[in-house]
Design a protein around this ligand. Structure first.
Ligand code: FEO
Length: 172
């Protein structure tokens, strides 16, 4: 059985992951509106990953005998001043999520909840990748500022991203 404190914190994280999905889905619409279909595809895959993150916690909470409580999801921003601004926002958001995950690990340690701590380690690793992916695009877009012709190629490259459904029994 999971503690009430840990349960509440994991419910908050489900909300944060669903908000991430909402934010990135809003970016999909933005990229479509400025005719960057590859960027939109990339963000759509990111949206699917966020739903996987939320569902991992949802399933875990149920497995531990906890109760999932869904809360309202904040309205995301709808416009950005450039693709770079959108990806800087995504990178900043991922850094914020990393902070939330670290906070959950701290709570698991405080609560002496070793199972939750182990479960959360997957997210600790995932956040390294999440930050690195967003930062890599920020860096490419900064280079693009000096060679705007490369935008078409970058859009093509971004469009190659595919969603890999999580393997059975966990993992992403
Ligand atoms: Fe679920 Fe992008 O962190």
């Amino acid at each position: 059985m999971i503690s009430k404190k840990m349960q509440d914190a994991l419910n908050e994280q489900i909300n944060a992951e669903l908000y991430s999905a909402y934010l990135y889905l809003s970016m999909v619409a933005y990229f479509k509106s400025i005719n960057l279909p590859g960027f939109a595809t990339w963000m759509r895959v990111q949206t699917q990953e966020e739903i996987v993150h939320a569902m991992k916690i949802y399933d875990y909470l149920n497995e531990r005998g906890g109760r999932v409580i869904l809360k309202s999801i904040d309205e995301p921003q709808t416009e950005w001043k450039s693709p770079l601004a959108a990806f800087e926002a995504a990178y900043g958001h991922e850094q914020k999520v990393t902070g939330l995950i670290n906070g959950l690990v701290n709570l698991a340690i405080e609560e002496k909840d070793h199972a939750a701590n182990m479960f959360l380690q997957w997210f600790v690793n995932e956040q390294v990748e999440e930050e690195s992916n967003a930062d890599a695009i920020v860096q490419k877009l900064k280079l693009m500022a000096e060679a705007p012709g490369g935008m078409y190629m970058l859009d093509n490259e971004m469009g190659q991203r595919v969603f890999t459904p999580p393997a059975a029994g966990g993992g992403q």
